[in-house]
Design a binder for this molecule. Structure first.
Ligand code: AHM
Ligand code: MG
Length: 327
């Protein structure tokens, strides 16, 4: 919310209810959806915290649609997220990084008006070393009639049609960042109470000279992008990169800076996925005063052609994104 003041100690539930009351025509379905996301976030957070003790590190032995080895926590996060969303009547379909095909809500549950895209556990390569990882999600209001099954037309559409997005970071604390048309707000999980409390109201990305990228690939980038990086170094910028998109994005959102993952000869379409990584974070960046492009144009102007489309990504500080897009 940009125009409301919330008291200290405002829970996510209270925030959502007050936001709903101030939104004409709101039915409560979106509030229920956010509550389901928060429940999944708490459950995943608890599992992440205990993973080293509970035999939950390492791989399952499966390979996912991306050709990557599935980690045990990837599988847990995926299943938990889908189970949390499927039964409350707000969601019709989930598109997940870990699922080759869209997952329809089982027919024994009421189907809903939203379609959710999710990267259940972003930064999988950091799971086994206790570095920050996270869940990224985006929400579309479905186009197809609620009386029918949702289908691909409900997600293969412009990023601009996202109605809400967010992420949960599992770091030194667990934080849920939620973006809607009303703004971007952060909620910290108090594990002693089991609730998310508003801790970062109305987030706006500050100016900051930090770049986040895998610099080891920089010699493979287009020359103008390399030239931009050289200029940053001459101008005294700093580098921060953990290799979890959600963590790198989060730091830049709070501290200022830009994240870039350009195309390389190995990943000519870029590495990051459009529907459940780039779209949600681009939505959040723009609502927090930042920008996001694929190096040519605005990310949210893109239209997904298939579920697991990839894209180059330049996201964060609007001036830096602008410079990188024109470079
Ligand atoms: P994933 O863990 O969902 O598969 O995401 C891919 C990750 C991003 O979180 C991160 O930005 C990127 O891959 C890091 O890639 P690289 O190791 O090439 O720097
Ligand atoms: Mg990811």
């Amino acid at each position: 919310m940009t125009d409301r003041q919330f008291e200290e100690g405002t829970t996510l539930d209270r925030f959502l209810m007050e936001t709903m009351r101030a939104t004409p025509g709101a039915t409560g379905h979106f509030v229920n959806l956010c509550q389901s996301v928060a429940l999944a976030g708490k459950m995943i957070s608890a599992r992440v915290n205990r993973a080293g003790l509970a035999g939950l590190l390492g791989e399952t032995g499966e390979v996912n649609i991306q050709g990557e080895f599935v980690q045990k926590l990837d599988r847990y996060a995926n299943d938990t997220f889908i189970r949390a969303l499927e039964h409350r009547g707000h969601t019709a379909m989930v598109v997940s990084e870990e699922e080759a095909e869209p997952v329809l809500v089982p027919s024994r549950f009421q189907s809903g008006r939203y379609v959710v895209t999710v990267d259940p556990l972003d930064g999988s390569s950091n799971i086994d070393v206790n570095a920050t990882i996270g869940t990224i999600f985006g929400v579309f209001r479905r186009l197809t009639d609620e009386g029918t099954n949702a289908d691909l037309t409900d997600v293969l559409r412009p990023g601009d049609e996202i109605v809400a997005a967010g992420y949960i970071v599992y770091g030194s604390g667990t934080l849920l960042v939620l973006g809607t048309e009303l703004g971007v707000n952060g909620f910290t999980l108090d594990p002693t109470v089991g609730e998310f409390f508003l801790s970062h109201p109305n987030i706006r990305i500050p100016k900051g000279k930090t770049y986040s990228c895998n610099e080891a690939y920089s010699l493979q980038w287009p020359e103008p992008t390399q030239a931009w990086l050289r200029r940053c170094k001459e101008q005294g910028w700093r580098a921060r990169y953990i290799g979890s998109l959600v963590a790198d994005f989060h730091r830049n959102l709070l501290k200022g800076g830009v994240f870039l993952y350009p195309a390389t000869p190995k990943s000519p379409e870029g590495k990051l996925r459009l529907l459940y990584e780039a779209f949600p974070l681009a939505y959040l960046a723009e609502r927090a005063g930042g920008a996001a492009t694929d190096g040519r144009g605005r990310i949210l102007d893109r239209v997904a052609q298939s579920l697991h489309d990839r894209t180059p990504l330049f996201i964060g500080d609007p001036d830096a994104v602008d410079a990188l897009t024109q470079s």
